[in-house]
Design a protein around this ligand. Structure first.
Ligand code: AMP
Length: 214
């Protein structure tokens, strides 16, 4: 089974993907996490991607596709895409790539959350520097301020979760990623969940939707 998660930055895709990949034994493919890893290792791809990411713009499609093909070429388990595709060109490239592998996308899950809610969530999001667990200082704070409950490492504010970059990311989503809703809506694989609920409730709803699909 291969699944795509769609939704605004801050709609909860990352948190949902962590839960679903455990429940369904799938590979969580976060292109944002992979790119941040490349940046931390200062690889040529990471260095090229860093200026786009810091400014809240999308990394060019070609770089993202090449990176995924290298990372996932030999992978046979189900893929759970979080933050990919982000453009119609990426969706078309994914279809073409899956076509050559005899694979298909089984479900596209759209997490529907109001724009004002994601703006507020992104501003209060903190991410663990160790295990990547995601917190929110207002609605889902760690027991000890600034420290991850799960692994004890410090939490940080992502560079692109800073106020000045958030508005650009929202606009980029509307311009370049939102057209994917129309792309997938007619495909028969599209389901929609209310991403405004608590993380546990969203996971439960999505598992029900996935199991209910023919
Ligand atoms: P995310 O962690 O998914 O919010 O992604 C963080 C940043 O990484 C984005 O704002 C983009 O700059 C870049 N990025 C992640 N995924 C993609 C993608 N599929 N295509 C282009 N850029 C991406």
């Amino acid at each position: 089974m291969n699944i795509i998660l769609l939704g605004y930055p801050g709609s909860g895709k990352g948190t949902l993907a962590k839960d679903l990949s455990k429940s369904l034994d799938m590979i969580h493919v976060s292109t944002g996490d992979i790119l941040r890893d490349e940046m931390a290792k200062k690889t040529p791809l990471g260095l090229e991607a860093s200026s786009y990411m810091a400014g809240g713009r999308l990394v060019p499609d070609r770089l993202v596709m090449d990176m995924l093909k290298v990372r996932l070429g030999a992978e046979t388990r189900g893929l759970l895409f979080d933050g990919f595709p982000r453009t119609v060109a990426q969706a078309e490239a994914l279809d073409a790539w899956f076509g050559t592998r005899g694979q298909e996308i089984d479900s596209v899950v759209f997490l529907n959350v109001a724009e004002a809610v994601v703006m507020a969530r992104l501003g209060s999001r903190r991410t663990c520097t160790g295990c990547g667990k995601i917190y929110n200082v207002i609605s889902n704070a760690p027991a000890k301020e600034g420290v991850c409950d799960a692994c004890g490492k410090p939490l940080m504010t992502r560079e692109d979760d800073k106020t000045e970059v958030i508005a650009r990311r929202i606009q980029v989503y509307k311009d370049q990623t939102e057209p994917l809703l129309a792309y997938y809506r007619s495909s028969g694989t599209f389901v929609e969940a209310d991403g405004g609920k608590t993380p546990d409730a969203v996971t439960k709803d999505v598992l029900t939707l996935l199991h209910a699909k023919p």
